[in-house]
Design a protein around this ligand. Sequence first.
Ligand SMILES: [Zn+2]
Length: 66
Amino acid sequence: MSSGLSEKNEETCIICNQVKTIGIHLYTSFICIECENDLIKTTTSDPKYKYYLNKLKKINTPQIFS
Ligand SMILES: [Zn+2]
């Protein structure tokens, strides 16, 4: 069970869908540092903002529609 070398945590970013080791956790989801930085730079008038928002919506949606 000892895989040794490093303790890097590989997780899949919910925005770019790539496996990354550095990023932040938002609830149960993971966002890589690149996407996080991108997100910060994106203004609400940027078309990309909608795209991100859509992705983020998935995180922010607990089971309230029951
Ligand atoms: Zn990412």
